[in-house]
Design a protein around this ligand. Structure first.
Ligand code: MRU
Ligand code: ZN
Length: 207
C-alpha cells in the first residue's frame, strides 16, 4: 500500500469515528494529515461536504500553501490555512478541527480571558503531562471571518508539535505528531470541556 493510501485510510478512520460522535454538524469540521515533508504536502478534507458521508472524494492533496496538487474539481477546506500553519511551523503529522456545542460554550465562557486551563484531572496525561499538578492551557482566539487573518492569529499559538486552540464560538483545532496523538488531544479536550460544563451546571444547582 502506498504512503498516500495508508494516510488516506488513517484519516478516513478518524473521520468515521468522529462522525459517529456527531462532531460534524451541518457540514462543519475539517481534517488534515501530512504526506510529505520536503516539500510539505498533506491531505485535507474537501470543502463544504457532509463529513458524515464516506466517498473517494473526501480528501485532496494540497501543498505547503494549501493549494491543490494537480488537476482536481475539489476545493480544499475553507480553513486549510490553519492546517498549513501547523504543518509549516511544527513537526505535526495530523490536524483535526471540529465544532461541538461544548467547545463553543467553553470558548464563549472563557473567550474574554483568552484561554482556559485544566488541572487535577487524570485525562491530562493524554497530553503527555504526567505530574500530579500538571496544567494544560488551551488558548482561545477571536473568530475572524477573513481566513488569512484568522490563520495569522492562530499561528501565534502554534508552538509545539502537539496542541489545541479554541476559536471563539466556532470550534477547536487539535494536532499531534501523528493521527493517534492528534485524536488524543482532541478527545481529551472535549472530555475536559464536557466535564467542566457539567460541573458548573451542578454547582449552579447546589448553590
Ligand atoms: C458550516 S461550518 C462553517 C465552515 O465555514 C467551517 O467553519 C468548517 O468547519 C467547515 O468548512 P469546510 O470548508 O467544509 O472545511
Ligand atoms: Zn470550522
Amino acid at each position: 500500500m502506498s504512503l498516500m493510501a495508508k494516510r488516506w485510510e488513517e484519516l478516513a478512520d478518524i473521520k468515521r469515528v468522529l462522525a459517529r460522535r456527531d462532531w460534524f454538524p451541518g457540514t462543519s469540521g475539517n481534517l488534515a494529515i501530512k504526506i510529505d515533508d520536503e516539500p510539505i504536502s498533506f491531505l485535507v478534507t474537501a470543502s463544504g461536504k457532509d463529513k458524515t458521508k464516506e466517498t473517494n472524494e473526501d480528501f485532496l492533496l494540497v501543498d505547503s500553501k494549501g493549494q491543490p496538487v494537480g488537476e482536481t474539481h475539489l476545493k480544499p477546506s475553507a480553513e486549510t490555512l490553519l492546517h498549513v500553519e501547523i504543518f509549516n511551523k511544527t513537526n505535526a503529522g495530523c490536524s483535526l478541527h471540529v465544532h461541538t456545542v461544548d467547545n463553543n460554550v467553553i470558548s464563549e465562557l472563557y473567550g474574554d480571558k483568552g484561554s482556559i486551563t485544566f488541572k487535577g484531572q487524570e485525562i491530562i496525561k493524554a497530553y503527555g503531562l504526567w505530574d500530579e499538578d500538571a496544567e494544560f492551557t488551551i488558548p482561545i482566539i477571536y473568530n475572524h471571518a477573513h481566513i488569512p487573518t484568522l490563520a495569522a492569529d492562530f499561528a501565534k499559538f502554534v508552538k509545539a508539535d502537539a496542541g489545541a486552540i479554541l476559536i471563539r464560538n466556532h470550534g477547536i483545532t487539535a494536532w499531534g505528531r501523528d493521527a493517534l496523538e492528534a485524536k488524543k488531544y482532541l478527545e481529551a479536550s472535549e472530555f475536559l470541556f464536557s466535564y467542566h460544563l457539567k460541573l458548573l451546571s451542578f454547582k449552579h444547582v447546589m448553590v
